[in-house]
Design a protein around this ligand. Structure first.
Ligand SMILES: *Cc1c(COP(=O)(O)O)cnc(C)c1O
Length: 352
């Protein structure tokens, strides 16, 4: 088989997804499966659907269109604020979009009227992480203005934490979101059906709090795929950590010194590398590099060390576990490695 490839174990993914559907479901929280890290690949998305995740969310309209064109039966949410120029496609292809800007909501309204549709929107609230969100003091005027627009309907509130600034979802900020929902429902005589409290970083909050308030939706990507919550990257018991692994092939394996010979300057990427003298070592090169994957996010499954990498090569110290040309070596991936390898045109996906 041609290397490198991501090996995607669909039965492990399905098992992870089912486990989370049950854990969150028993607390009255539905899961939106986030498909952006795998570009909406229908085989993986369908695997989530078969585990009972009927709502899928992606930050990119292209990925949602890909899934719709593959005839997938699910409820699709655009979880990043649309670009104004995408308004038409967002109304055509998604059931809901997350929004923070009146001018964009106005564009959605216009497209929805043209398409004789009503487009549902969730208003994202800024609660401290300082990525997307409407500041709380501006929520009232946003509601007032959007409620006057035709073709769009506010169906819920959402927030996103622990992404840009690492702010933890806690009882305090989750209860605040629940309270805001109640306040605006009473002020405007509406019902907010969807209160979307966060992402894979909401795991500890779920376990530590008996009362989840009005939160009835969580958007999960990483924890389903990689089996870890995302505040401390703790393994969630019962979830597989190795549903997705990356396989690459050895193309050189030779005994060489551990220290470079000659005068040194910058490496290919402008860094000045420092090496430790460990005497002679078995150095194996694999046909995988920075153009394929974020190398810092690779975790070798064998007992080898990553010494360095360039665009197309990763150099391993394989003294303790000798590798030969043609051998395949497998790595666990973190989120950065998953995103980058899924996006590289050189890395295939193999499903088992
Ligand atoms: C990416 C994303 C998610 C999913 O985050 P994970 O950490 O992968 O669970 C949820 N919500 C929004 C708005 C996102 O952009």
């Amino acid at each position: 088989m041609k290397t490198p490839y991501l090996e995607i174990d669909l039965s492990k993914l399905r098992s992870n997804a089912k486990n989370l559907v049950t854990q969150f479901g028993t607390r009255g929280i539905g899961i939106t499966g986030v498909t952006k890290s795998f570009l909406g690949e229908p085989r993986i998305a369908n695997c989530l659907v078969s585990a009972g995740i009927i709502s899928l969310g992606d930050s990119r309209i292209e990925n949602i269109i890909r899934m719709k064109e593959a005839n997938m039966q699910a409820h699709f949410t655009l979880i990043r604020t649309p670009s104004i120029n995408d308004a038409h496609e967002v109304v055509s292809y998604t059931d809901v979009s997350f929004n923070t800007e009146l001018s964009i909501i106005a564009a959605l309204s216009k497209s929805a009227i043209e398409q004789k549709k009503v487009h549902d929107i969730v208003l994202m609230v800024e609660m401290g992480d300082l990525r997307e969100g409407i500041p709380i003091q501006e929520l009232g005027t946003t509601f007032e203005k959007v409620l006057k627009m035709k073709g769009v309907r506010i169906v819920g509130l959402g927030t996103n934490l622990a992404c840009l600034s690492g702010v933890r979802p806690t009882r305090y900020n989750m209860d605040k979101l629940s309270r805001l929902a109640g306040i605006y429902e009473r002020s405007y005589g509406i019902t907010l059906h969807l209160i979307s409290g966060g992402n894979s970083a909401n795991f500890d909050w779920l376990q530590e709090n008996d009362n989840v308030g009005r939160i009835n939706n969580i958007r999960l990507g990483e924890v389903i795929l990689l089996g870890r919550e995302t505040l401390s990257r703790r393994h969630i018991e019962g979830l597989h950590l190795d549903a997705i692994t990356l396989v690459a092939e050895v193309i050189e394996s030779k005994i060489k010194p551990s220290l470079p010979e000659g005068q040194t300057g910058q490496d290919a990427f402008g860094n000045t590398p420092i090496f430790e003298n460990k005497g002679k070592m078995l150095r194996s090169i694999i046909a995988l590099g920075k153009q394929d994957v974020h190398v810092g996010g690779l975790m070798p499954i064998l007992d080898v060390d990553i010494l360095g990498s360039s665009s197309d090569h990763i150099i391993l110290d394989t003294t303790r576990t000798p590798l030969h040309v043609g051998d395949k070596i497998r790595f666990g991936v973190n989120y950065a490695a998953l995103l980058s390898s899924m996006t590289s045109p050189f890395v295939r996906s193999v499903y088992i």
